[in-house]
Design a binder for this molecule. Structure first.
Ligand SMILES: Cc1cc2nc3c(=O)[nH]c(=O)nc-3n(C[C@H](O)[C@H](O)[C@H](O)COP(=O)(O)OP(=O)(O)OC[C@H]3O[C@@H](n4cnc5c(N)ncnc54)[C@H](O)[C@@H]3O)c2cc1C
Length: 394
């Protein structure tokens, strides 16, 4: 592989960001984000969408033609090929995510494991699918993870359930290693996260000896995660493996705060956004300073954090396509970061979920809520599209 020196990038370049869109596609996207920009409308529509799906009303086509196509790759793995090919034209990779959530039976957990192994086989040898992601809650019950998190003794049935989870996760990580694809273990609620982290450490100690196969996810909106990143690095150094880290800010803030208040324990979330941003950037800095022991994927839509990583790589003479540095944004969002990084030769991937429409509704609702207007302002996506529409004179 030829390693390219990191160049300067410009996230204000909307011409590059939207170079894959025709005028018609751009106008359609503008209408879609304009609709999501209305907080009341978004709340009503998301509630109606979940209810309609539960009541088996024929709204699938409507969801599929709107938010689904904006944020998902297709209903099946086969269907994602079109999006994958389109991204590849611009030098953009994909992190495939089987977007099905909220399953609760052993048979469903087995099906999810088999599907994840199937994706890893599909990704084998494809340079544009360097990673897949998985949620541990798709592979065991939430109740078991909560129990594991408390550290209290397990019943015989729970012990069997735990062994089944470990067997599934080791089989998935083995398939990842065998097929030369990385495995991101997503972060979830704090009251199950220790259970997820303990499992992820075991996987990294086993599979990351030569290179980072398994990546853990610190949520930097938690005030204890910078210390966690430092402990993770120490664990990698003492056990002789490459630490895989995918720092995120965190997606469950309101839920975390509400539970902490209701149950009367200390809020695990940072006091404010500035503290989250500071720790996010310090976590990236830690990875840069220990780049021979850590492989990092900066999973963020934050321009400052992405720019900090790109600029420091450039200042330190780290090649743009160094295998220890990746950037990632969700499919359908923040193309000004993704496309401009790709143009500069950086390793960048879209997080691309797929699955039946009814199963990805929770994911779509999170995306719609994220794109609502805050204090009457245009959402970040909407203002970017608006800027490009004006630039094209449409
Ligand atoms: C590729 C990818 C993978 C992801 N995987 C996961 C995952 O595994 N688990 C997960 O939880 N999330 C995940 N996320 C979502 C992520 O956690 C964020 O919710 C989302 O990316 C928005 O944060 P941002 O870094 O893009 O930046 P910004 O838009 O700059 O930051 C918004 C974030 O800042 C934090 N924040 C906002 N207000 C405050 C406040 N008052 N006090 C403290 N913190 C505040 C919140 O985390 C909020 O989401 C992923 C995102 C991407 C792009």
């Amino acid at each position: 592989m030829i390693l390219e020196p990191a160049p300067r990038v410009d996230f204000n370049d909307t011409a590059t960001a939207f170079s894959g869109r025709t005028d018609k596609a751009l106008k359609w996207e503008y209408q879609l984000f304009r609709m999501m920009n209305h907080p009341v409308l978004t709340n009503v529509l998301t509630t109606m969408a979940s209810l309609s799906i539960k009541m088996h009303l024929p709204v699938k086509w409507l969801i599929k033609k709107t938010v689904y196509e904006q944020f998902c790759g297709g209903e099946t793995l086969e269907e994602t090929k079109k999006v994958l090919a389109e991204l590849e034209k611009f030098g953009i990779s994909a992190i495939i995510d089987y977007g099905v959530e909220g399953k609760e039976s052993e048979a469903e957990f087995e099906r999810t494991k088999n599907e994840l192994i199937h994706i890893l086989q599909f990704a084998a040898g494809k340079k544009n699918i360097p990673f897949i992601s998985c949620k541990v809650t798709g592979l065991t019950s939430f109740a078991l993870l909560e129990k594991l998190n408390t550290g209290s003794a397990l019943s015989a049935a729970e012990q069997t359930e735990k062994e089944a989870l470990y067997t599934r996760m080791f089989a998935i990580a083995q398939a990842a290693a065998d097929n030369g694809v990385g495995l991101f273990v997503d972060a979830e609620e704090s009251w199950i996260q220790d259970a997820i982290d303990n499992l992820t450490f075991e996987l990294m100690r086993t599979f990351n000896k030569q290179k980072a196969v398994v990546y853990s996810t610190p949520q930097m909106y938690r005030h204890d995660r910078l210390a966690f990143c430092q402990r993770s690095l120490a664990d990698a150094q003492s056990h002789g493996y490459i630490l895989g880290l995918k720092p995120v800010r965190g997606a469950y803030m309101d839920k975390e705060r509400k539970r902490a208040t209701e149950l009367g324990y200390t809020d695990p979330i940072q006091p404010n956004k500035a503290a989250t941003d500071r720790d996010y950037n310090l976590a990236i800095q830690l990875c840069l300073d220990n780049m021979h022991n850590v492989a990092v994927c900066a999973a963020t839509h934050n321009e400052d954090s992405s720019m900090q990583l790109a600029t420091t790589m450039q200042e330190r003479g780290i090649p743009a396509n160094h295998p220890h540095f990746w950037f990632s944004q969700l499919y359908g969002m923040s193309d000004q970061i993704t496309y401009n990084l790709a143009k500069g030769g950086f390793n960048v991937a879209k997080y691309l979920p797929y699955g039946p429409v009814k199963d990805v509704i929770p994911y779509l609702i999170r995306r719609a809520q994220e794109n609502k207007s805050v204090s009457g302002q245009m959402s970040r996506e909407l203002s970017l599209i608006h800027k490009e529409i004006k630039r094209r004179g449409l």
